[in-house]
Design a protein around this ligand. Structure first.
Ligand code: SAM
Length: 237
């Protein structure tokens, strides 16, 4: 279903992942996040290299299940459980519907990702989710994920990022707006969504991401994918 949430100048409230967003999420994310499809494809590649048999894979902030599906379809092993977690009941319903019949070895859990344990894991994914977690809770979440990973396991973090250089920030932001316009969003929709989401989606810069991953204990972390102001980081335990 096409995203038309911000086509009318309604009284704006803070963006939430409610039923109206869940219904159009797949269209919204593809038209708003440059490189989204490639971002998901990279996760499919990574599970082939870093997935370990007899371990759990976690998709934290799973929304409609694109990451879980990529993990399931590309998993080279036989004995894994993929656990998709989201705290929006509407997303959880969509996720279950999308995955049923396509992969078999998964659970979809409605929970705050801060409240679950990620034991015996070899792949943990935070795809466009960490940016919605309060900044002061982010380090504790990454620390917990690190603790639950087996040696050699990986965390993938994809995020909208900002740049310290104002000129770079301005140029990339312009290109991102052009991307949205090219995908059919009007100026009104772009402005309204920005206003609705600005208190909810808080970006970090690349250095903050690397510092946080290093501080959790990851032995190696790198940016394996970037498209404009969206980057994916691979951290290896
Ligand atoms: C941008 S979407 C993630 C997109 C998805 N990972 C994908 O790749 O298509 C962010 C998701 O995180 C969920 N979320 C935000 N905060 C959460 C929390 N504290 N616990 C669980 N889920 C959360 C939202 O409900 C939303 O579905």
């Amino acid at each position: 279903m096409r995203d038309q949430i911000f086509t009318k100048a309604n009284d704006l409230v803070n963006f939430t992942f409610d039923k109206s967003v869940a219904n159009v999420f797949d269209d919204m994310v593809r038209r708003s996040v440059p490189g989204y499809q490639s971002m998901i494809e990279m996760i499919g590649l990574i599970v082939k290299t870093y997935g370990q048999d007899n371990t759990n894979y976690y998709d934290l902030g799973a929304s409609t299940g694109a990451v879980t599906l990529a993990l399931g379809l590309n998993n080279p092993h036989q004995h894994n459980r993929i656990i998709a977690v989201d705290n929006s009941i509407e997303m959880v319903k969509k996720c279950k519907n999308n995955l049923d019949g396509k992969i078999s070895n998964f659970d979809v859990i409605c929970s705050d990702i801060n409240d679950i344990s990620c034991e015996n894991s070899s792949i943990v994914v935070l795809n466009l989710t960490l940016q919605f977690i309060p900044v002061e809770q982010r380090q504790a979440l990454i620390n917990k994920i690190y603790q639950g990973l087996n040696p050699g396991g990986v965390l993938i973090v994809s995020e909208k990022i900002h740049f310290d250089d104002p000129k770079q920030q301005e140029k990339i932001t312009k290109l991102h707006l052009d991307f949205k316009r090219a995908n059919g969003y009007s100026e009104l929709e772009i402005a309204a969504k920005r206003q609705s989401i600005e208190n909810v989606l808080i970006t970090d810069n690349e250095k903050t991401h690397f510092d946080r991953l290093n501080s959790a204990g990851f032995s190696q972390s790198l940016c394996h994918f970037q498209c404009l102001n969206f980057a994916s980081f691979l951290a290896i335990k």
